[in-house]
Design a binder for this molecule. Structure first.
Ligand code: NI
Length: 197
């Protein structure tokens, strides 16, 4: 309860600060911290090869799901490198896990842009994009917060995205198992994941 209150206060603070800075926020979703059963669910997105996929296409394997965007200066690259490193640590077991990167910036992160980006991190990393509505629905399903941050009078193409930076471990039916905070140790992540293999 207390941390939810803190969360609410910080959201208000961000909104106020954003308003003062002349920033524009266009989407925000926040879930209760203990509603883990609610994390995940149906989505329809477009993968980095241009193919339309749904959540069901990833069933049968565990998945590591991370939301971010390719223009992210450092948080997303760090998280995706961490995911790749945890898979490397798992060695053979890694085949049972599909790493998935879902953009919250579909206006710039086209499937083509995602294809160039995902290959930098891991040969099996799946990049998912789609329409703004599709991406918004997926983010809502995972209780992911995201917001466009546009400095006043800056180039409309030149913006940042605020976003939550959890990595979600989903089971073979796409149900939530656990999440990792940003900066989680990849070796520890691998150990945590290994208990579900
Ligand atoms: Ni990021």
């Amino acid at each position: 309860m207390k941390s939810r209150l803190v969360l609410l206060i910080s959201i208000v603070a961000v909104l106020v600060a954003g308003g003062l800075a002349g920033r524009h926020y266009w989407a925000m979703f926040v879930g209760g911290e203990n509603n883990v059963a609610d994390i995940g669910g149906p989505f329809t997105l477009v993968d980095h090869t241009g193919k339309t996929v749904t959540n069901a296409d990833f069933h049968g394997n565990l998945s590591l799901v991370y939301f971010g965007y390719t223009y992210c200066p450092d948080v997303c690259p760090t998280a995706l490198s961490g995911i790749a490193e945890s898979l490397e640590t798992l060695a053979d077991g890694a085949d049972q896990i599909t790493p998935i990167f879902i953009t919250i910036d579909p206006e710039r992160d086209t499937p083509e842009a995602m294809a160039d980006y995902v290959e930098v991190f891991h040969p099996r990393l799946v990049g998912l994009s789609g329409s703004v509505d599709q991406v918004t629905a997926a983010a809502r399903a995972y209780r992911v917060f995201f917001a466009k941050v546009q400095e006043k009078d800056s180039d409309p193409e030149d913006y940042l995205m605020d976003h939550s930076a959890y990595t979600y471990l989903m089971d073979r039916q796409g149900k939530f198992l656990m999440h990792f905070p940003h900066g989680a140790d990849p070796v520890q992540m691998a150990q945590d994941i290994a208990q579900y293999l």
